[in-house]
Design a protein. Structure first.
Length: 378
């Protein structure tokens, strides 16, 4: 929880100022603390039914205080001792007001459930681009480990490429390989662990759309290129179409210093399609992220920074554990510009990604993955 926590807090500070006023957009529009509480309360009621208004008010107050505590810690340079509660508070604020996690009903995108702040922007986005979002979303799957009794354990998210490939994160496939101690490029799937991809895991889905994973065909070694490519079982019928990939760097934002005069970074609007899941919920996350149940979500937002040394970019979409491997698409072309790394914090080994971090396809350069993503084959 180092620079990436700082990045999360920087985004949140544009929403929640120390005075208690909310910054609703980059233009400086202000929403007061009452609007913040109202949005949180409305969202809380949409997830669970509190036993009384006082219970809801207490939960909202606790979440808001957690976010404020986190901001104060980061501001004072104490970001390394943020508690799970405080991290959840930061995500709640971003998710509720300006970065919603949109549900699907039988594969059809649904508009935001509240009208607070930038949610109105995303309501318009859904209305205007509904068909394109639905088409892209159909090609995103939940990656599962299937147990002998048929139970599915959520591993992460993957998306369609080429004739029968599925792109995801290396740390997702790490759970189903024979020997994770080897270099990732040498990994093979454990034949005793059945891995499947389901493209229809949404609310009110009429039927599953599940395909077995046949092999792990490519896995990157580099720490910053947390990507792997799986092959779905040969002869699989009914696969959704592959997603289109965007290699233009401007699609993820205007890079500072690109011109003669350094410029302020201007992020691009993007959205992540994936399967957020809260594995170890706290009391606060159960109340607000109780709907993070592993079903498909569309999470819109904006890129916030591009690394100058690594093929990575930051974004502020509302993502949780389980989003690992999510396709990051632009709102203009609906092409994939990145792969979300998932989670809010890195693990001790540094293999798990940080919150709001994605591999930038346009920055992979001469990496073998560039050829794979461009041609859709290995």
């Amino acid at each position: 929880m180092d620079s990436f926590v700082q990045a999360i807090a920087a985004t949140t500070r544009t929403l929640l100022a120390s005075s208690g006023a909310l910054q609703a957009s980059a233009t400086g529009e202000q929403i007061d603390a009452d609007a913040l509480r109202a949005a949180l309360t409305e969202h809380l009621h949409s997830l669970v039914a509190p036993s009384s208004p006082l219970v809801a008010d207490a939960a909202v107050a606790e979440l808001t205080q957690a976010a404020n505590r986190a901001l104060l810690k980061v501001t004072s340079g104490s970001s390394t001792d943020l508690t799970d509660s405080e991290l959840d508070g930061l995500e709640v604020i971003v998710q509720v007001l300006g970065r919603p996690a949109l549900r699907y009903k039988n594969g059809q995108i649904q508009p935001p459930t509240t009208d607070a702040a930038q949610n109105e922007r995303w309501h318009v986005f859904v209305v205007v681009a509904r068909d394109k979002i639905n088409t892209a979303s159909a090609s995103v799957a939940r990656v599962n480990l299937q147990l002998s009794d048929g139970t599915l354990l959520h591993l992460g998210t993957g998306w369609r490429l080429g004739a029968d490939l599925l792109v995801t994160n290396r740390h997702v496939v790490q759970n189903v390989v024979s020997d994770a101690a080897l270099l990732p490029a040498s990994w093979t799937l454990d034949p005793g662990r059945v891995c499947v991809a389901d493209f229809a895991m949404t609310n009110e889905s009429s039927q599953p759309q599940t395909f077995a994973v046949e092999s792990l065909d490519f896995c990157a070694n580099e720490p910053d290129v947390d990507l792997a490519v799986l092959r779905l079982r040969s002869g699989s019928r009914g696969l959704p179409p592959p997603l289109s990939v965007e290699f233009c760097s401007d699609a993820i934002g205007e890079i500072p210093g690109k011109e003669a005069q350094p410029t302020k970074f201007e992020g691009a609007e993007v959205y992540a399609i994936g399967h957020p899941l809260q594995r170890k919920p706290t009391a606060e996350s159960l109340q607000v992220f109780g709907d993070a149940d592993g079903l498909k979500r569309c999470c819109p937002g904006r890129t916030t920074a591009i690394s100058d040394r690594h093929p990575l970019f930051h974004h502020d979409c509302s993502t949780l554990r389980g989003n690992s491997g999510s396709a990051m698409l632009t709102v203009t072309t609906h092409r994939v510009v990145g792969i979300h790394l998932g989670g809010r914090a890195s693990d001790a080994a540094g293999t798990l990604g940080s919150a709001n971090l994605a591999v930038a396809i346009s920055k992979l350069g001469a990496h073998r993955l560039t050829e794979i993503l461009a041609n859709g084959r290995i």
